[in-house]
Structures are given as C-alpha cells and as structure tokens.
Design a protein around this ligand. Sequence first.
Ligand code: MN
Length: 265
Amino acid sequence: MLAQATFTSPRCPLVTPTHSSATRRPSSRSSQKVQAIAAPRIEETAAAELARRNLSSASAADMSVPSGRVGRVERTTKETSVEVTIDLDGTGKCTADTGIPFLDHMLDQISSHGLFDLNIRARGDTWIDDHHTNEDLALAMGTALAQALGDRKGIHRFGDFSAPLDEALVHVVLDLSGRPFLGYGLEIPTERIGNFDTQLVEHFFQSLANTSGMTLHMRQLAGRNSHHIVEAAFKAFARALRKATEIDPRRGGQIASSKGVLMQQ
Ligand SMILES: [Mn+2]
C-alpha cells in the first residue's frame, strides 16, 4: 500500500483525501458557479466597521452563516473540482486540502499572515501532474477574492510588504486595480521543492491576478534556498493583500480612484 504524503499544522490541518474522491472525474461540462454571499458593507462608518469586526471575531467559530466580505466559488471542469471560501475579515483560520501538500502549506501562509479565513478543497488530475489543480485553485481563489471585494469601495487598494525568511527576502507590491498583471521576479534555484514543481509558483500568482483583477509585482531581493524564497513570497503577498483589502476609515466608503471605478471592464 502506498504511503500517503501528508502535511499537517495546528493551524491548517490536512484532511486526508479518500481515494474515491481523489480520483473522481466530474462528468459535467465545465462550469463555474460563483456565489456572492453578501455585498461589502461599503456605507459603514469606521465605528460600525469596527463593531462588526469585533462581532465576527466573537463568533468566528461559527462559520455556518457567512456574512460580510466573503466570497465563495465552486469551479468544476473535466480536470479539476475546486471549492474556495474566503473571508477577508477573518482571524487566520485555514482549512486547505488540495492534494498538493506544499500548496496547502503556502495557502496556510496566505491565511495566517493575511488574517483571511480560508476554506479550500480541490481535487484534480494530479495523476498527470499538479498543474491543473494549482492553476484552477488559483483561478477560483481570484474569483472568490473579487466577489468578496465587491465594488471595492472603501479599501486601501494598494499594499506592499517585504518578507524575510532567513537568507531570503521578497518584496511584493499590489494594486487591486481591476487590471490583471503579474510582474514576476523570483529566481527559484531548484526545479522542485519536495514533489512540488517550482514553475507552478508563477502560474499560481498569474492565475490569481487574472481573475481577481490585481496588479501584482514580486521581486526577490535575496535568497538561495527554494523553500525559503517561495515561503517568503507567499508571506509578503499575504501581508500586502491584507493591507490592500482592509477598510481605510479615512476613505469614508469611497472608491480609491480618481476615475471612480476599480472594476474589470
Ligand atoms: Mn496552465
């Protein structure tokens, strides 16, 4: 019997996949069901926003009734089946089960350092390789992020962060502009981290940028160890995204654009 690769952390436990679900090939045609849970509370005053956050932290254990800035996407093709829920105003709770342990570890970084609550399950044709699962998960995450942001009123819009991890240092700058772009400047020295193909890092962020409507620049300022470089990149991305998505109380619910619109058109 094959030993199953597992990854666990206290914050982000891996649910052991069953073989039946892991090898399931959905028979339906490609479809993407996007469910907006609720529009962002854009007219809220800063005080009301604070009160709401305190309320949601108090009831963080009960996620059965989503509210606030939450996006949920179910995406099914002949290659993958993905479910993503993201709460922008979470506490860093993560349940990620993608069938790709290293990716689960990186999703935990996004959740933990961005203080987003993530609930992710993906099953794909990993008997070929991890490409489709990684890509389709990122596409769904981007769509869920866009849903949670709604019309993007009141947010900071821009975010940047430089994260070190030992010898590695990665700088991320992003703009929730509605315009997808990735400027990718990581130079990962090995083809693989464990079983994970390091080419998938760029493809993850490109796919996420495409569906979320994000301008994203990533620059590696230092680093020799592949795991350190990639983990620093995800941490910097998480922190930058946290800043960009947070409500700017001085903005008064307005859109942070002289054009008045931050949407993909
Ligand atoms: Mn692809």
